[in-house]
Design a protein around this ligand. Structure first.
Ligand code: ADP
Length: 486
């Protein structure tokens, strides 16, 4: 039995594992979400920056004019707005003519590095805009748009224009820092909540452990209270309770069985002992002693039959008796068994009637099928008074075979019908001489029928007879070892 310490440790481990798993997942999810938002922010900022540069480009076109002296800036210097725009456009700007000769390079452009003539010529030839990011010596990035500009008059120019990305990058940095610096706090709080949740979820398990520890062989009536939450734990508790119920029933059966066996053994042993003692004290002469020994022998024979039947039934029910099923002619087996009962039936003044087809093939274990019919016939003969009739019928259907053993005997009262297949169950009889039988025959019949995958029904009218109807499948799956009787 696990100690209290190991039990607590187990729960802790489970709680710890649950929390740890949850934490790892939670942290991973948080990081993935953070990276996703960071990338989205970068993409949004970049496209915003491109839009701004495209706007600058459009403005620049309006400010540049082709003059005889070459390229010139034309804007209203008195307008603060124009002056501001022109000044801003020229912060990071490089202009070159169509041969690649530099016309204007702003100081801002110079620090990030002037484009090599080859690159300028490539852009002039392709005439498609090229975007790039350049970094100044202080680590600030600039987004640059390189492209061509055709002014009225047909002259082609190279224009590289850029914007400082410091603010954009600072926004991304700030988001990253704020998001990820909060991560340890979020993970800590999440872990704490997960731990509390796991503890709460596992707490009813402690109850299950405590109750199951207090259940012993003499205390099997204990049940774990249901929580009525309808969750997996409730299902576990229900399963556990049902298992205990089954165990309780088995224990009860075992106790009953032990009591029954003791009782069954005590009666003949007491009788033998009594007879031998009386003979020892009172017998006069060899004849009386002989009688006493014969009676004792009869009792020991009954004892031996009882022990043999007990042994066979317990072997059957514990799965040690393996059926050997094969297709056999049941009519032939039935005729053989019936032949064995002709003389006892005649002695008892009974008519033995057989209603059998010419052939009836069924997949059975021959010995067990014989035993089944023999037990039913022996009961019918036993419990039918002289002048009565015992009838055996066999019918073969498409998928099953029906065997009926009917008699016109004393019958079985309705209230006893559900119990007659129980071990040692005997219908109380008013006839004091009725000591035949040990109450195991029908238990065996029930086991044999079950092991063949069939069913058995009994109908009876007290005083007018009983009819046992066995239904067996014609062919069945491989025989189960031995179904336990419930
Ligand atoms: P037993 O060895 O006492 O016959 P069984 O298990 O074969 O034990 O039968 C259980 C009880 O069922 C019997 O004691 C008897 O009371 C009743 N019973 C069985 N078969 C018949 C029958 N054909 N007619 C009347 N009672 C029967």
């Amino acid at each position: 039995m696990p100690s209290l310490g190991s039990r607590t440790r187990f729960t802790r481990q489970l709680g710890f594992r649950l929390t740890a798993g949850y934490l790892v997942f939670f942290t991973f999810l948080h990081i993935v979400v953070g990276l996703f938002f960071r990338n989205t922010l970068i993409r949004v900022q970049e496209s915003r920056m491109r839009e701004l540069i495209e706007d600058d480009w459009a403005t620049l076109r309006g400010f540049l004019r082709q003059t005889d002296a070459g390229l010139a800036w034309t804007y209203n210097a008195d307008s603060p707005q124009d002056s501001f725009l022109a000044e801003r456009l020229q912060r990071v700007l490089l202009l070159a003519d169509q041969k690649g000769n530099l016309l204007q390079v702003s100081p801002g452009y110079r620090v990030i590095g002037v484009e090599p003539p080859s690159e300028i010529r490539r852009v002039l030839q392709s005439r498609t805009p090229v975007w790039k990011v350049s970094r100044d010596p202080w680590g600030t990035n600039y987004m640059i748009r390189m492209g061509t500009l055709t002014l009225p008059g047909g002259r082609l120019y190279f224009v590289a224009q850029g914007r400082n990305m410091a603010v954009t990058e600072a926004t991304v940095r700030q988001f990253t820092w704020q998001y990820f610096s909060g991560l340890p706090v979020i993970v800590l709080v999440g872990g704490l909540l997960g731990w509390l949740l796991a503890k709460q979820v596992l707490q009813p398990l402690q109850q299950v452990v405590r109750t199951s520890e207090s259940i012993t062989g003499s205390n099997l009536s204990l049940r774990i209270p249901m929580r009525n939450a309808g969750d997996e734990l409730d299902r576990l508790i229900d399963t556990f309770n049902r298992m205990i119920e089954r165990l309780e029933n088995s224990f009860q059966q075992m106790r009953q069985f032990t009591a029954d066996v003791s009782h069954e053994l005590r009666t003949p042993i007491t009788a033998v002992r009594g007879q031998l003692e009386v003979a020892l004290l009172t017998a006069q002469g060899e004849e009386q002693l002989r009688d006493a020994i014969l009676t004792a022998l009869e009792e020991t024979e009954r004892l031996s039959d009882f022990v043999k039947a007990m042994l066979q039934l317990s072997q059957a029910e514990s799965g040690q008796l393996v059926l050997c099923k094969a297709p056999r002619d049941l009519c032939m087996i039935a005729r053989d068994v019936l032949d064995q009962y002709r003389i006892p039936a005649e002695d008892a003044g009974l008519r033995l009637v057989a209603d059998l087809p010419s052939q009836c093939i069924g997949e059975v274990d021959r010995i067990q099928f014989e035993r089944l019919l023999s037990n039913l016939l022996s009961n019918a003969v036993k419990y039918t008074p002289s002048g009565g009739e015992v009838r055996v019928e066999l019918q073969s259907g498409e998928h099953q075979v029906k065997l009926a053993v009917a008699d016109t005997g004393r019958g079985i009262p309705r209230e006893h019908l559900p119990h007659i297949f129980d071990r040692f169950y005997r219908v109380p009889s008013t006839d004091s001489s009725d000591t035949r039988g040990i109450g195991l025959g029908l238990s065996f019949v029930a086991w044999i029928v079950k092991a063949h995958g069939g069913s058995i029904d009994v109908t009876s009218t007290p005083g007018r007879g009983a009819r046992f109807l066995v239904t067996l499948p014609l062919s069945s799956a491989p025989a189960p070892a031995a179904p336990a009787q419930t």
